[in-house]
Design a binder for this molecule. Structure first.
Ligand SMILES: [Zn+2]
Length: 69
């Protein structure tokens, strides 16, 4: 059997998660363009009500989110 390579996102490390949260704030507040801490591609910020997701443009790369405060 051949293992199929699934296109799933990898979990960010603690440092990467912090970088993503920081990037989310800067993108949301200042409209900055922040590169992914892992691969350097642009990050996407998505505001969903009282929470947000910030993720890499590469769909196999990292993503993190924050739920309502
Ligand atoms: Zn990336």
């Amino acid at each position: 059997m051949v293992a199929t390579i699934s296109k799933t996102r990898s979990k960010p490390t603690r440092d990467e998660a912090f970088a993503l949260i920081d990037a989310a704030t800067r993108i949301a507040d200042f409209g900055e363009s922040i590169p992914c801490p892992r691969c350097g591609q642009p990050l996407i910020y998505e505001d969903i009500g009282n929470s947000f997701i910030v993720e890499c443009t590469d769909e196999t790369c990292i993503r993190t989110g924050c739920r309502g405060i």
